[in-house]
Write a protein that binds this ligand. Structure first.
Ligand code: NIG
Ligand code: FE
Length: 431
């Protein structure tokens, strides 16, 4: 008889476990709705990875519980893969509450930006901040995300907009990646806005010549992989700028992402698919032809329903059309100081159901499997299957559908990252 593996952690019993129906691959079209629901379930973890998943009875037959095994009792609770946030601008100083209230009085995002607000207002606040301060602010926000079940989070630069300040932001993101529990994916985004008093062409040339190479050295020194992102939209960067920046970034080994078609369609999605970008984000004005291009590619569509909600727009991304056409659709928070100050993925889940017409199951797969693929981590995280990292979010609800229904409340009770309990209700904390 085969020896049973001694496990470090056993999450058992579990009220109900929900994860993608398939054990690998990007989820396109109708696959997005396919989940496996196991009642009275269990997950066994060893060395930070999942080694067995099934009913509590099945798992008990496969593993050995020792005196050192940590048992997490999830009786009556719902368990999913740890949530993945593939799009945030989490590191910045200052805030733009004034802009939110101006929008409530009828001003648009573009009008506020033209009057000196917007990304440039956050640039002014962020340029004065030390790396230490940016890390402290970032740590506080990441702790709130973790409380709401996020276990992996992408973070973009883009409020420095000059060489030194962009590198300070990137250094802060890199420092956060090794000094708190969430897994961080860095994205270098000096092409977030053209800094005031600077010619756009000159700025793009400095991004290509100085900023991208310096950023590449910083992440390579730390053994990290990073993405580069461009805000390709009216008043920000042109399609030509985006193409120039993509070519430079790609030759330095960056993965590609793009803020595409948020306000107007400049052709960013067509370009991004051609360049093999990991994701196209926002997509409010993506064309029917580009939806077909996305469907034929492995580029993930990252939809950000928090942003259209926070900007009080009446239009939202055409998620149903994308899903019907076979696009790999994901969801993110877009947490940032201006257009979406929402860090909770359970709230984004509710907004995805309300405004993008997702089902609860589709939103789960979008926030786990496809979000992981948007970060190039789809083979490691996003599923509760043997071999995947033990990233687990546990909610105090009885079924998946209660997560979006609890709109605005935090349903999360435990969070496990790489097999370690990093959030637990007080009564479960070790004495
Ligand atoms: O994703 N669209 C561009 N960037 C952000 C907005 C950032 C800001 O307003 O500070 C976004 O919505
Ligand atoms: Fe964004």
């Amino acid at each position: 008889m085969q020896n049973k593996a001694a496990v470090d952690m056993l999450v058992s019993p579990i009220g109900e476990l929900v994860t993608s129906a398939s054990d690998s691959g990007l989820l396109k079209g109708s696959e997005l709705a396919e989940v496996r629901r196991i009642k009275d379930a269990a997950i066994a973890v060893k060395d930070g990875k999942i080694i067995a998943v099934g009913t509590a009875f099945e798992v008990a037959g496969q593993v050995e519980v020792t005196a050192t095994t940590r048992i997490v009792d999830a009786t009556g609770l719902l368990v999913t893969p740890g949530l993945v946030d593939p799009h945030t601008h989490l590191v910045f100083d200052g805030n733009r509450a004034n802009e939110f209230l101006m929008r409530c009085q009828g001003k648009s995002y573009a009008e506020i930006a033209e009057a000196g607000g917007g990304i440039v207002a956050s640039m002014r606040a962020t340029r004065g901040a030390t790396q230490e301060r940016l890390v402290a602010l970032g740590r506080k926000r990441l702790a709130k995300m973790l409380d709401c079940g996020t276990t992996t989070c992408e973070i973009k630069t883009g409020y420095g907009l000059d060489l030194d300040s962009e590198l300070t932001m990137l250094a802060a993101i890199v420092e956060l990646s090794s000094t708190q529990a969430l897994e961080i994916v860095p994205t270098f985004m000096p092409a977030h806005a053209v800094p005031p008093q600077m010619d756009r062409g000159d700025y793009v040339r400095s991004i290509v010549k100085d900023m991208l190479p310096a950023a590449s050295r910083m992440v390579t020194d730390k053994g990290l992989f990073a993405f580069a992102d461009v805000f390709c939209d009216r008043g920000y960067f042109t399609l030509e700028d985006t193409e120039t920046i993509f070519a430079a970034a790609q030759s330095l080994g960056f993965g590609l992402k793009v803020h595409a078609d948020e306000f107007v369609n400049l052709g960013a999605t067509t370009l991004a698919v051609r360049c093999g970008a990991a994701s196209c984000d926002h997509l409010l004005n993506v064309s029917d032809e580009e939806i077909k291009l996305l469907a034929q590619s492995n580029t993930v569509a990252v939809l950000l329903p928090g942003t259209s909600f926070f900007l009080n727009l009446s239009e939202h991304a055409r998620a149903r059309r994308m899903i019907e056409e076979g696009v790999a659709v994901s969801l993110g928070s877009d947490f940032n100081p201006g257009s979406c100050h929402i860090f909770s993925l359970p709230l984004i889940w509710g907004l995805a159901c309300l405004h993008l017409k997702f089902t609860a199951a589709e939103a789960l797969n979008a926030l786990t499997v496809n979000a992981a693929y948007a970060l190039g981590k789809g083979e490691k995280i996003g599923r509760l299957s043997p071999g995947y990292q033990a990233d687990i979010t546990i909610y105090d609800v009885s079924c998946l559908e209660e997560i979006p229904y609890n709109l605005g409340a935090n349903p999360v009770s435990f969070v496990i990252k790489r097999g370690i309990v990093v959030r637990a209700p007080e009564e479960h904390l070790p004495a």
